[in-house]
Design a protein around this ligand. Sequence first.
Ligand code: FMN
Length: 168
Amino acid sequence: MPTLETTDYVSTMAQVPTPVTVVTTVDATGRRWGFTAGSFTSLSLDPPLVLVCPAKTASCHQAFVSGDRFLVNVLAAQHADVASNFARSGHDKFADSGMEPCELGLPGLPDATARIACTLHDVLDGGDHSILVGRVEAVSVTGGAPLVYHNRSFTRPAAGMAMASSPS
Ligand SMILES: Cc1cc2nc3c(=O)[nH]c(=O)nc-3n(C[C@H](O)[C@H](O)[C@H](O)COP(=O)(O)O)c2cc1C
């Protein structure tokens, strides 16, 4: 088996486009927590499950794995500054963030492309990350163009670039 260089792994995964989300929760004391996450994806239709992966080193990690619910904000193209804000540790991320109480009473962006509100279904081990499995309880869609992360940059799908052929 060839030895995989960490730099090769990281630079290869940088080529995989991801959504840009900000995932929020509120702990038992009422404190709000949130982080920018590209690891969000759907998992199951029946039951409706999604997953997102906070690093075990993140200061918000304990709040998410011991919480009972979380809200995924799928960021819109105009939200690059929000993504940068919630990716930076050690400051009040919620000050001037545009977040308001939304589904399940959790902080959300009114103009997010979509919001997916979950109760915590399971927490799985994922190496240096935890895998939060959420059961979807409520959704909201504005349908605005999403923000995408690719090659270490924020980008957006080009308007009018939908392919003639789509999966059916
Ligand atoms: C585009 C993008 C995607 C990210 N995705 C994740 C992710 O899926 N999981 C994660 O733990 N951190 C991810 N991060 C980094 C966290 O947002 C960042 O480390 C955050 O500050 C951690 O939360 P903390 O401030 O509570 O420590 C991502 C950052 C960016 C810019």
